[in-house]
Design a protein around this ligand. Structure first.
Ligand SMILES: Cc1cc2nc3c(=O)[nH]c(=O)nc-3n(C[C@H](O)[C@H](O)[C@H](O)COP(=O)(O)OP(=O)(O)OC[C@H]3O[C@@H](n4cnc5c(N)ncnc54)[C@H](O)[C@@H]3O)c2cc1C
Ligand code: FES
Length: 281
């Protein structure tokens, strides 16, 4: 995949929750063709950290992209000290992103959705970051097609350890936001799977990002209920652009006699259909 590194200007780098930051950067080339679910590689100033850090593009407005990141180690720790007005080296947008066409191909000649009436965006922890951009994109598509809420509803089903993030953003773009926290501080005490169960939610199409066990359980549930699911896998990465094979995942093979094939999450993904991933890796 073609990779270009650009120097972007930091507009904002603000703490939005304990250990979690929102960085807005002016990056026209990255913003120009960014899709919801794509990511950027961030190249740190400390050259000891040779490998770039992949972070999902959360939202795009004009020539600005926003990134929501949690301090996980040295790299994201360094990032949190960058100041507005300073430059940051990032790649242009990488990966495939969510395929919204798969939902909207179901439109009939009257531009009404035949099958998909409720889309669920299911996020766990930092996995909510790319789903905000997706919610915005779906809202724009609805407006473009003059869809009413009766034609298509978008619900967010989000889970956190304790403190929810990005709630205002989801509430602006979604018809309903369902929340679960492990601590019980907000919404249902438990996880997103329990939330779906408890609220009796029955989406027709799901998009998800979050910890692998959550994605695996959701994929299992969606497969049993025949609900299409796209998942964004945030595996550990090396180079981030297809050269090192440090990010492979197994995908069910279509050819007879072959169980699975290996795909690179950074270039073939990070988004895959839930029913094509081999979850017991
Ligand atoms: C496609 C993609 C999109 C991502 N989007 C976001 C995002 O929007 N926001 C965000 O906060 N993080 C995101 N991540 C995770 C982020 O890249 C890592 O947290 C970051 O690289 C850690 O760098 P570090 O130097 O701070 O920590 P390191 O010192 O490299 O690692 C610190 C700890 O974090 C763990 N870790 C590192 N990378 C990952 C990973 N990919 N998944 C799980 N654990 C990891 C390590 O095992 C270690 O325990 C994404 C990852 C991928 C692959
Ligand atoms: S991270 Fe190097 S090939 Fe994917």
């Amino acid at each position: 995949m073609f990779k270009k590194i650009i120097e972007a200007e930091i507009i904002e780098n603000k703490k939005i929750a304990e250990g979690i930051y929102r960085m807005a950067v002016k990056a026209p080339e990255t913003a120009a063709d960014a899709r919801a679910g794509q990511f950027v590689n961030i190249y740190l100033r400390n050259k000891i950290m040779l490998l770039p850090r992949p972070i999902s593009i959360s939202r795009v407005y004009d020539d600005v992209i926003t990134l929501i990141y949690k301090i996980a180690g040295k790299g994201t720790g360094e990032l949190s000290a960058y100041l507005p007005g300073e430059p940051v080296r990032i790649s242009t947008s990488l990966g495939n992103g969510f395929q919204l066409e798969d939902v909207f191909k179901e439109t009939d000649s009257n531009h009404n959705l035949n099958k998909v009436k409720i889309i669920a965006l299911v996020g766990g922890g930092m996995g909510v970051a790319p789903l905000v951009g997706l919610a915005q994109k779906i809202m724009n598509e609805k407006e473009k097609r003059s869809f009413k809420d009766d034609d298509l509803q978008v619900i967010a089903i989000v889970g956190f350890q304790d403190e929810p993030i990005l709630m205002k953003e989801f509430e602006t773009c979604c018809n309903h936001v369902y929340i679960a926290t492990e601590s019980g501080s907000t919404g249902l005490k438990g996880n997103v799977l329990q939330l779906i169960e408890r609220k009796g939610l029955k989406p027709d199409y799901c998009f998800a990002c979050g910890p692998r066990p959550m994605l695996k359980a959701l994929a299992n549930r969606c497969e049993n209920a025949n609900i299409p699911l796209q998942v964004s896998l945030e595996e550990r990465m090396g180079c981030g652009y297809g050269a090192c094979v440090g990010c492979v995942c197994r995908i069910k093979a279509k050819e007879e006699g072959v169980k699975s094939i290996r795909k690179k999450v950074c270039t073939d993904g990070p988004v895959f259909f839930g029913n094509e991933v081999v979850w017991d890796d």
